[in-house]
Design a protein. Structure first.
Length: 287
């Protein structure tokens, strides 16, 4: 009886150990992973395709890494532009493990890799942004700056088995201590621009008024000139008519002129004439 129990115990132990060894002799790599088999710290094999693989139990250590693209959100850092403006750059990098062997030999873990990515991307961001002024970083040269940071970071991280797919700036802000000063400067610039526009508008208004006054003076002058010509022509015509009319009867013309003189001179006036004055010729008694 004891002998049978011992045999069953041995069988159970052997089966258990067989199952255990069978389970620990295989490992699975899915489509999102890549695996490195390490034996006593040395790389035994690298698996980048999905499937079921074997390893030596208790001897081989399988390290799995993500094969997909990963995003690392780099902490906000201060950078200085070429015109000595300090800005806060909030950057992120899209990366993946391109060469697992280089990666495991140089960095060993993803945590160490993230630290290295942080240092390298920030270093290149600081150097590249330092070549551009504030407005170029915010708008005009933003894409060129990001492309240059990506290119430099990719070259620097390639030796670690890392491929940098893209680098992006989520936002670029001013430090809190500089924000108020920048706003005040922007207000001053806008006020100066408004004053300049008003001055230019006033200058243009004065110019238009001067041109209008000049044109009005020319029109009035030409009108007065034409009126004087018409008036002079009319007066000359009237004189000719009067001359022709008076020449028909000179005595009547003389009588009319003296009569006009009487009307203008004797009204509310005291006049003294000599006896031989021509004006008194019609006061003499007609014989």
């Amino acid at each position: 009886m004891m002998k049978n129990m011992t045999i069953w115990a041995i069988v159970i132990i052997v089966v258990f150990l067989g199952i255990f060894f069978a389970l620990t002799s295989f490992y699975i790599v899915d489509q999102t992973q890549q695996a490195i088999v390490l034996r006593f710290g040395n790389i035994k094999s690298i698996r980048t395709e999905p499937g079921i693989y074997t390893k030596v139990p208790f001897v081989d250590n399988v390290v799995k890494f993500e094969k997909r693209f990963m995003i690392y959100d780099i902490p906000v850092e201060r950078v200085i532009t070429s015109d000595r403006r300090t800005i806060l750059a909030d950057t992120y990098a899209i990366w993946r493990i391109e060469d697992p062997q280089k990666f495991i030999e140089t960095l060993r873990t993803v945590e160490v890799a993230l630290t290295r990515i942080d240092d390298i991307v920030y270093s290149h961001a600081r150097d590249v942004i330092g070549n551009y002024n504030f407005m170029e970083v915010l708008a005009t040269e933003r894409l060129a700056i990001l492309e240059e940071i990506k290119k430099r970071s990719s070259n620097s991280l390639k030796s670690f088995g890392i491929e940098v797919v893209d680098v992006r700036l989520k936002r670029t802000d001013l430090p809190q201590e500089n924000t108020e000063a920048v706003y005040e400067r922007m207000k001053s610039e806008r006020y100066a621009m408004a004053a300049q526009l008003r001055a230019e508008g006033e200058k243009e208004s004065q110019r238009m008024k001067a041109e209008a006054d000049k044109l009005a003076s020319i029109i009035v002058s030409e009108a007065e000139k034409e009126a004087n010509i018409i008036r002079g022509t009319g007066e000359a015509s009237a004189i000719n008519i009067y001359s022709e009319a008076y020449s028909l009867d000179i005595d009547f013309y003389e009588l009319q002129k003296i009569t006009d003189i009487y009307k203008d001179s004797f009204k509310d006036s005291i006049l003294v004439f000599p006896n031989d004055s021509p004006l008194l010729k019609y006061f003499y008694e007609v014989k």
